[in-house]
Every structure is written in structure tokens, then in C-alpha cells.
Design a protein around this ligand. Structure first.
Ligand code: DHB
Ligand code: FE
Length: 279
């Protein structure tokens, strides 16, 4: 059977793409952020995943406000990035792991999750930039399965439901007939709000408590409804739902192998975690 070897969570601010394009990794503004990935590069080099399942939120590239699935899973042979208007270079095409995609889709529907299955799907900055942070060469050594969670148009799924989705995806990966090593990547957050009266809102205390909870009390954030999450983390901070799904996939117990928190990059509190399941 396939094995989940770890979960990585990170922010996905578009400005990261610009920093990469301009080689600003050691610039004083960017260095604390990019340095957070050095231990993750070492872990990837040692552990060499074959497949990455990516929990992320599309921001209007593949889905727009006219048709907005709550949960969608990619089942495409390949996934392309496209210009979203941020002025950042696109990244090379990703190869899909279609066998795992369909296994996850079948398992999730069996477990009564109502999904949109996408046999064609373009991936936006929330997918591409975390991948480019993990593999700076942009020569992808892994196949991918995108799992998209709506956090851009209300109503959004609850924290409890996203955790349960992650748990179900974890069970599906662990029952996939394959010898593959699978990593889970969750992108978005932490606290940020890009518009409205609270534009620029960041909540360090909440972010740090949330990161800590993923190890010691992983369902802690599921006590909050969507409005409470917006209040605590900001309108776009609800992207932390991707972190909850990632944590859910790792099973009952996980240890933190690396973490980093830096404020701000662009308008966002940047958090990074590397977690490993504990049997
Ligand atoms: C920013 C953060 C995001 O999560 C995003 O999707 C777009 C922009 C920002 O802080 O600039
Ligand atoms: Fe975002």
C-alpha cells in the first residue's frame, strides 16, 4: 500500500513568485521567509516522495464566481498554470497521478463527500508557488493530485468538514495499491485580510495557537464556525482550512519536524510546518 510520509503547510502569497523571478531569496525582506524552506529541502532530499496531494484554494483561474464547487479533485493527466494577472512567470506543467486521483474520488464519494471531478484543471498561484518553494529547480520530481477547497466565495465549508475531508483523503491514500511514498501539501493562510475595513489584519496570537494545536489538539480549530474563523484570521485567513485538511490526512498523531512563522510577507502572516505521522 502507499504510505503517507509527511505533510507540509505553507502560505502562497503571489509576491513569492515575483521574488523567485527576481532572485530575491537572500534579500533582507525575503530571507526570513525563504530560509524557512531549507530544512524542508533537506527532508525532501532524504525522503523523496513520489506523489504530492495538494490541498489548495483556487482564486479564480480554474473556477470563477459563476460556478464554485465546495470540494473538487483533479483527475487530469497534466495540470497547467496560466497568467492570473499578478505579473509572475508561469511554471512548467505538472504530471497528474490519475490512478490515485480516481482512487481518492471513489473513496470520498463512497464516504458521502459530494465532489466535483475535474479531468481538465488549471492550477493557480496557490498550487504552483508552494511547489516552486519545495522544488526551486521547477523540475518536478513528483506526480500530483490537486484537491481544491472553496475559500473564496461564501458559503465555505466548515473547519470540521475540512478536517474530515483530510481524514478521508488520508484513508484513501493509505489504501491505494501502490508502493508510492506520498506527501501532502496544504497551502494558504495564515492570518490575512486583503480588503475591507480590516485590510492588513494579522493575528499572531491566533496563528501561533493554531500551529501549536495541529500537533497537540489537532481538532481545536474545528470548534469555530466560518464567521468566527474570519473574525480570528481575516477574510483570506480562512485558507487555514487547507492546513486542517492536511493535518487530518496524517492520522490521529503527528509530530512537528520543522516550523517557521514570519510577519508579514505582502499582507500575510507566513507560516510553514512540516509534520510527520506517528504510528
Ligand atoms: C496575498 C495572499 C494570498 O493568500 C493571496 O491568494 C493573494 C495575495 C497577499 O498577501 O498579497
Ligand atoms: Fe490566497
Amino acid at each position: 500500500m502507499a504510505k503517507i510520509i509527511g505533510g507540509i503547510t505553507t502560505s502562497h502569497v503571489p509576491a513569492i513568485g515575483r521574488a523567485i523571478a527576481k532572485n530575491l531569496q537572500t534579500d533582507p525582506y525575503w530571507k526570513p521567509f525563504f530560509d524557512g524552506f531549507t530544512p524542508i529541502h533537506a527532508w525532501l532530499e532524504t525522503n523523496k516522495p513520489d506523489v504530492v496531494v495538494v490541498f489548495y484554494n483556487d482564486h479564480g483561474l480554474n473556477f470563477f464566481l459563476d460556478k464554485m464547487p465546495t470540494f473538487s479533485v483533479g483527475a487530469a493527466p497534466e495540470y497547467n498554470n496560466a497568467d492570473e494577472g499578478w505579473g509572475i512567470p508561469t511554471v512548467p506543467t505538472f504530471t497528474g497521478e490519475q490512478d490515485l486521483s480516481w482512487h481518492i474520488i471513489n473513496q470520498l464519494v463512497d464516504e458521502e463527500f459530494d465532489l466535483t471531478t475535474c479531468q481538465e484543471m488549471s492550477v493557480d498561484h496557490a498550487f504552483t508557488l508552494p511547489m516552486a518553494l519545495l522544488w526551486p529547480s521547477q523540475v518536478w520530481p513528483v506526480k500530483v493530485v490537486p484537491v481544491c477547497i472553496n475559500t473564496v466565495q461564501f458559503p465555505i465549508p466548515s473547519a470540521k468538514r475540512c478536517y474530515a475531508l483530510g481524514e478521508a483523503v488520508g484513508r484513501a491514500i493509505n489504501s491505494w495499491h501502490s508502493n508510492a511514498k506520498v506527501a501532502v501539501l496544504g497551502t494558504g493562510g495564515l492570518s490575512h485580510q486583503l480588503d475591507g475595513e480590516r485590510a492588513g489584519f494579522i493575528n499572531k496570537e491566533f496563528d501561533l495557537q493554531f500551529m501549536e494545536s495541529l500537533i497537540h489538539d489537532p481538532k481545536w480549530a474545528t470548534q469555530f464556525n466560518s464567521a468566527q474563523l474570519v473574525e480570528k484570521a481575516g477574510t483570506q485567513g480562512v485558507e487555514l482550512l487547507m492546513w486542517l485538511a492536511t493535518r487530518g490526512a496524517l492520522g490521529a498523531k503527528a509530530k512537528c519536524t520543522h516550523q517557521s512563522y514570519h510577519i508579514p510577507i505582502s499582507n500575510t502572516a507566513s507560516g510553514i510546518m512540516l509534520m510527520e505521522p506517528v504510528a
